[in-house]
Ligand binder design. Structure first.
Ligand code: NDP
Length: 294
């Protein structure tokens, strides 16, 4: 049985169209949602992410501002940029693009962002709200995965979900969302990581397998239960001389092998990736809607 390919690009475009209607309604009331991205240094991948976020904003009518600074920025300078953005009424969302230079404490910067503008959903306040099932801004990648499951009518309730990876931005919030006593959740969650023993056996338990470890094509076809749902978060570059750029992108899952056994599977690219930006926009529009109450 060939798996149904979960088309994240298509779903993200649908979400953007829905958001555009909300943005137009806000604009009719004099509110233009605004997202500010702070980009430090010359990391090409970060620059690409920030560019695609700005482009997505433009597409749905959200004001976007990119603040660029060199890698030798001091912590004080960055603090002052964040504080300024916290205070600007026309900015509803702030994101500080990771990674930051080594001399800057990334967690300390996250703590400085006003939780009401933390559209990445990384501030401990918002992480905590997700954990207790009262989400404000949810971490965009796992939030996007929840949305993909919902729109493909894949109900995690009562299912064994195995999450590979325990990062603060993907693995941990993913588990917190899926374990909630709530519609679209109610899963039995296992989180595996580098200290987990018997990775293949743990994976084989999964009705829904979510891979977020950053290891190219790590999950093999015989680790997958028949008809499992496979969600691949990984974005890895592997050398490929046949490509013009000299590399190709792949996920954490061996797609060719797993596609044969899965019932649903996300491709890389075009699966989870586009959803992350769609949910960032969702959070930004939600943040702007709060201005209606002021
Ligand atoms: P991190 O590097 O922060 O975390 C990786 C996790 O995987 C850790 O928990 C680590 O275990 C575990 N891990 C790493 N190697 C192994 C291994 N060989 N066996 C078992 N466990 C392992 O990664 P992120 O969560 O930030 O990202 C994961 C992947 O998802 C990356 O490819 C990233 O590019 C991609 N990503 C994609 C996004 C999207 O929009 N599609 C958004 C965010 C990330 P331990 O904790 O023990 O070290």
């Amino acid at each position: 049985m060939a798996a149904t390919i979960i088309n994240g690009k298509k779903v993200s475009n649908e979400i953007k169209e829905e958001l555009k209607i909300k943005v137009d309604a806000l604009k009719a009331k004099g509110i233009t949602p605004g997202l500010a991205a702070v980009l430090i240094g010359e990391d090409p991948a970060s620059a690409t992410y920030v560019r695609s976020k700005a482009k997505a904003c433009e597409k749905i009518g959200v004001y976007s501002e990119v603040i660029r600074r060199s890698a030798d920025i001091t912590a004080e300078e960055l603090i002052s940029i964040i504080e300024d953005l916290n205070g600007r009424e026309e900015i509803d969302g702030i994101l500080v693009q990771s990674p930051l230079p080594k001399h800057i404490d990334e967690q300390a910067m996250t703590l400085l962002i006003d939780p009401k503008k933390d559209v990445d959903g990384f501030h401990p306040f918002n992480v905590g709200m997700t954990l207790i099932g009262q989400p404000t801004f949810q971490s965009c990648t796992p939030y996007g995965i929840m949305e993909l499951l919902r729109r493909y009518e894949i109900d995690p309730s009562g299912k064994e979900v195995v999450i590979l990876g325990r990062s603060n931005i993907v693995g941990k919030p993913m588990g917190a969302m899926l374990v909630q006593k709530a519609k679209g959740a109610n899963a039995t969650v296992t989180t595996a990581h580098s200290r987990t023993k018997g990775f293949p056996e743990v994976c084989r338990r999964a009705d829904i397998l979510i891979a977020a470890i950053g290891q190219p094509e790590f999950v093999k076809g015989d680790w997958i239960k028949d008809a499992a749902v496979v969600i691949d978060v990984g974005i890895n570059r592997v050398e490929d001389a046949s490509k013009e750029k000299g590399y190709r992108l792949c996920g954490d899952v061996d797609f060719a092998e797993c596609e044969k056994k899965a019932s649903f599977i996300t491709p890389v690219p075009g699966g989870v990736g586009p959803m992350t930006i769609a949910m960032l926009l969702t959070n930004t529009v939600k943040s702007a809607q709060r201005r209606l109450l002021l």
